[in-house]
Design a binder for this molecule. Sequence first.
Ligand code: FE2
Length: 437
Amino acid sequence: MIDLLVRDVRVSDEATGETSTVDLHVDGGRIVAVVPHTDEAVEAGTVVDGAGAWATPPYVEPHVHLDAALTAGQPRWNRSGTLWEGIACWAERKPMLTREDVIDRAEQTLRWYAANGTLHVRSHVDVTDPSLVALDALLEVRDRVRDIVNLQLVAFPQEGICSFPNGEELLTEAARRGVDVVGAIPHFEDTREDGVRSVEIAVDLADRHGLHVDAHCDEIDDEQSRFVEVLATQAARSGLRERVTASHTTAMGSYNPAYSYKLHRILARSGINMVSNPMVSLHLQGRFDDYPKRRGITQVKELLAAGVNVAFGHDDVMDPWYPLGTANPLQVAHVGTHATQLLSRDEIEETFRMVTWRAARVLGLGEEYGVHVGAPASFVLLPAVDGYDAVRRQVRPTHVVSRGRVVATTPPAVTTLTWPGEDPAEVTFSPAVPPPA
Ligand code: FE2
């Protein structure tokens, strides 16, 4: 007898994208067989009728700040809407952090993520705090949620490595305490030289501890902010390459075409990943501009065309930098399509991959990610035809399965409409669009 049988779901071939209707056999937390759908009896502890849903790997959140999540308005609201006032609000909130406070908010946000079908999360945690209380709390959360959500932690020097007292020591201590990723924030450092030095420190620290690097990089509307070339070059020279990620890079939205051309080449050659956070960048950037007003979005379409791996992240969920947010990557993909003008059918499909497969590459999930024999049984059942359809209709997963267990179920919403001259009737509004013939 197997632990779990998921009947009648469509899966996409990971190489060709072609879909077929199958049954998934799950045992010991892993997918042990993917067989053509049949009504023949199979002994299983739990049986789920997929009713033709699309079984896809779970969403992956490549960039969020769980230590700050759900603190919007504490101790005051960010009224200017700038990144800089957000950092000031956070600096006022930080002394109030306690272990319980951080654990409660982080776990609450992770509950939302899991219910939305997100089972891999990379969270930054501010380590420019001599008490490191948020770091210790999130290390505890990482263990507490391990059976449901795979949580990666980034040591994030919010107030700088070189420009904050003992910044390098705090970053090093965070690596010693067991983070997965080393962060940096070169554009925030006091001088350009400090910015370059901070990248060198982060890459060297990650290299020595066998960790990844994920830097907040050029998150500013300053076309002179060019640390991503430094990060990419360091990634290539250290050999860390795809273990390095540049997040935000909003300054790239202001780079001139000649420099952009040169930069695309450097980035593609380096193998690094990029993460754009469209909801938050649309909100925080352009705040110092008159009209015409820049939108502060990195060159997502051009980077994809250059062969660079780009993913979409949420960044903030109700914190000093962003007052909204539901911890739902599908919402991020929807905003991302508009913000980056990725709006042809194929491009919209690609934005779905940017919160699934491409984000999985950022986290380095490898063969452990996907709906195939041998992989952990972690997937979602979407009542959608494909990624394009899921993004357009913002469908919720009917089932979320994590390591062989059904951890969330959501019945489809039903609307009863009374139309003039007709009896009340259930309507399927905005129905699924069938795939092209
Ligand atoms: Fe961020």
